[in-house]
Write a protein that binds this ligand. Sequence first.
Ligand SMILES: Nc1ncnc2c1ncn2[C@@H]1O[C@H](COP(=O)(O)OP(=O)(O)OP(=O)(O)O)[C@@H](O)[C@H]1O
Length: 655
Amino acid sequence: MGDWEEEWDESAPVVVAPPTYRTQTYYQNRDGRSSNRGRGSRGQHSSSNTDWRARGDDSRGYRQNNRQDNNKKIHIPSSKVGRVIGKGGSKIRDLEYECEAKIKIGDSSGNDTDITLFGTDAAISKVEKMINDLTIDRECRPPKNNSYNGANSSTNEFLTVNSDGVEVLDWAKLNAYHDQQQQDRWAKLPPIVKDFYKEDPEVAAMPPEEVKRWRLANNDIQVRRTFDNKADLKDIPNPVLTFEQAFKHYPEILDEIYKQNFTHPSPIQSQAWPILLRGEDMIGIAQTGTGKTLAFLLPALIHIDGQPTPREEREGPTVLILAPTRELALQIDKEVSKYQYRGIKSVCIYGGGDRREQINVVTKGVDIVIATPGRLNDLVMARHLNAINFSYIVLDEADRMLDMGFEPQIRKSLFDVRPDRQCVMTSATWPAGVRRLAETYMKDPIQVNVGSLDLAAVHTVTQKIMFLEEDDKVEYLLEFIESMDPNDKVIIFCGKKATASHISSDLVCKGIMCQSLHGDRDQSDREAALEDMVEGTVNILVATDVASRGIDIKDLTHVINLDFPRHIEEYVHRIGRTGRAGKTGIALSFMTRSDWAHAKELISILEEANQEVPEELRLMAERFDAMKARRERDGGRGGRGGRGGGFRLGRRDRW
Ligand SMILES: Nc1ncnc2c1ncn2[C@@H]1O[C@H](COP(=O)(O)OP(=O)(O)OP(=O)(O)O)[C@@H](O)[C@H]1O
């Protein structure tokens, strides 16, 4: 995976987290024996298996600092070690944390693995019991009184005999039993309320022609029932034109909005607020920087406060906001913290953040969880976070989460969420994967498209293209930097982490203050880099696409695409970092001949935004089409090549 949130991949090697918490990668070979022929995880010095064993307990960060502390050796089947370690070492950390013990995974001999437990007697016996519970093989026995089929049965109802006379699990029955169990759990949940909307009489009285005119005038807003084209638009609420029309019954919310000095709702907010306050599911597709966060956040605050069950009696948090990257999750958390409403608390959980601290906050009780899918899945699977009570879930930048392969984590984490929840999805595009998610998690959603569904950049950004050779990029970049005004603020997007790291180091060596943001920097440095840009400590940020979405840096005046992005969608998101909230911005993109595969789509985006289309770009697109035609004539020779699956310049390709 690239810079994005590091994700646990089910097929990945087992990661053993020794007491020093330095992660080492072990490969669980076929017979389940752990070996450490793997590489150390990025940024760690991988040491041999014997290395930290050889150093003995003290050197591994574990001190026998209490004379009652002793140790006990137990053995478990090597094939069960993974259950003790858990995903990314999460289970072993939980066991140590909950039992106040230390666990050392020892050598595997034969089919068994030694495990040494350190701590007080009480801690050792507690952790030993928990390890036994984890590693015992439970047959799939029906409950004592198998209420599923209404009859007490001592035989295993879930076993059946297949056509070969072999006893096998009857998965259909098992799944039906599980579904029934799930339904029983949900039936016990307290009721929820979703409709808080009191339509302002002025809004209700808007004539249909006026509504149509307003929608057309505001980026050509399209509204429809996503999965029911025949639905009558009359059941879709009219847009609100002022903050008061949306929130006059919630004066504290209005006060929070007034503090931000906004003058009027953005188009997506005008249409989304009535829909979400009415408790409907909604898919919001709007350009970057148009206020989507506030569009789903303010109704979420009202939803939390309006539930009949007191907050302290709820089984878990009420609102879940999923975001594709740590930076976007932190960005949303920052936006949430701007709005104080009735003591509502939020927590941001993301990979690379302090897991234990996040568990503490979640355990203490919060109302809103803002999360990246990986860490959410980790905490839900480790039973630190109860997802069953989420009654308002937001999948922000859903298309990006799918691009990054998060669908399995999303589905696993949301598996327990109550079926009557309200669901909001935002996306910049509407690919099949997002549609699939919407069909699974949404009930008769209303889709609000602000602007056309075609990929479109915000019209507040002046888009410039510069054609050059790869080797000339740095020179032109330095020229731009020298030409910057003191109040200019720029993000320089690079195609790779290594480039971002090299460029930022190069600039610093030249005495040019800057920060860098990419996946090879640890989380605290990434947050500091963003903070420095937001606070104005530096005005140059060199980044990879980890910063291409959602990041909201006020008064960002420029975006430089030092390397053209691999996907044209990222081009739209990158330049959308400027020209936000109605301000204007400038995007300067460097293009080399290897970017010719993007020329055609870029021309469409420039034309849609009424931007000047350079003649070289048209020629580039023509040459690319001619090359494709030539290759097809030659029998389709040559396939993917170049960055991002573009076409690589072949010997015969004329430039
Ligand atoms: N009604 C409004 N008037 C003016 N500014 C607003 C309004 N609503 C939100 N903003 C500001 O606009 C900026 C962009 O908002 P936000 O990040 O929600 O946009 P977005 O559509 O989510 O962008 P992206 O697609 O990049 O995530 C934020 O600084 C936010 O505070």
